[in-house]
Design a protein around this ligand. Sequence first.
Ligand code: SF4
Length: 350
Amino acid sequence: MSDTRQRTAAQILAEYDGPHLRIMEVCGTHTHENFRLGIRSLLPPQVDLISGPGCPVCVTPVDFIDEAIWLAEHGVTITTFGDLVRVPGTEKNLADARANGARVQVVYSPIDALQYAREHADEQVCFLSVGFETTVPAACLAVDQAREEGVENFSLLVANKTMPNAYAALKGSADVFLYPGHVHAITGTKLCEDLVEQGVSGVLAGFTAKELLTAMAVALAKAQEGKPFFVNAYPRVVKPEGTPAAVALIEKVMEPCDTEWRGLGAIPQSGLRLREEYAAHDARKKYGMPEIHGRANPACRCGNVLRGEITPSECPLFGKVCTPLHPVGACMVSGEGACSAFYQYGGSLS
Ligand code: SF4
C-alpha cells in the first residue's frame, strides 16, 4: 500500500527502510556541500554517497597539464583558474614552471584572460579551458570576441568535456545519479529523461541545504518504488529546454571530439575542440605543439575515486603523503575534488 502521509524530507530520510542504495554525486560541488551542510550525517546507514567524475579539474588528464607547461616554457603566458596551477603534471606543476620564470596568471574568467591579452599585446596569451557545459559558453564567448576584434595574441588550450557520454560510461556504477544542476541549466533535461528509458535513475539537484535534502528524499522515496525514474528537483533553475542561446554559442565555436578522462579513460565524442574557423586561436595548432603524453603518479587512486569504486580515505596516500598542501593527485587540489572534501570535512569510509 502506498504511503500517502505528508512527510518532510528529513522524515523520509529518517524513516527509510529500503534496500542498500548507492547515490553518485556526479558533481564535485555536491560532494562538498553534502559534507559542509551536514546532509551526509542525516542519511540512513543503507545509503552510500559515492563521488563521481563531475569535478572538471579532477578529470583533466596529466597530458593537459604537461601541454600547459610546454606552452609556458615556450614563452606563452598561461591564464587559468587557480586550481589548475597546483595540479601535478608528469614532472612538475604550473607553479613550479612559474617559479622557474614562466608567466602564469590566475584569472577569474576567460573574459578576464581576453582582457589581459588586449592589455598585453606584446605577450602571447593562452587560457586553459577546462570544465563542462556550464563553463564552456564563457570560453566560447571569449574566443569568438577575440576573433571578431582581431586579438591575435589570444588562444585557448581546450580540454572541455560534455556529460552525455560520460553518463553512458558510468552506467551501472550507482543506483541513482545526483545530476549536476548547473550543467543541466545549460543542456536541459531531455538527456536525463532518455536515460530513464535505459534503466538509469537520477535526481537533478540544486546546491542549498533545502535543495539537497529534497533531492535526497526524492531519491530515496522514488527508489523504493522499484522502477527507473528521473525527477527535476531544481526546477527554479533548470528548465526542460535548458539555455538554447548558450548551446547555440557552443555549437558555433566548438565541435565534439573523442577525449580522455582521468579515471574513465577515452570516451568517444565526450570532448569539445575549437572548430577550424577558430584555428588561429587554438593553442595546439597556433604554437605547433607536439603530441604530449603525460604519466600520473601510479600510487594515486584518483581514477578509482572518480569511478566511485573507493572513497578517498581508502587511498593509502590519503592524509599521509597526499594533503591539500602537498597534493599527489588532482582530486586533492581542486575545490570540487572528492579527496579535498574528505580531507577538509574529515570524511571516513561512508
Ligand atoms: S588521496 Fe591523493 S593520491 Fe589518493 S586518490 Fe586522492 S588525490 Fe590521489
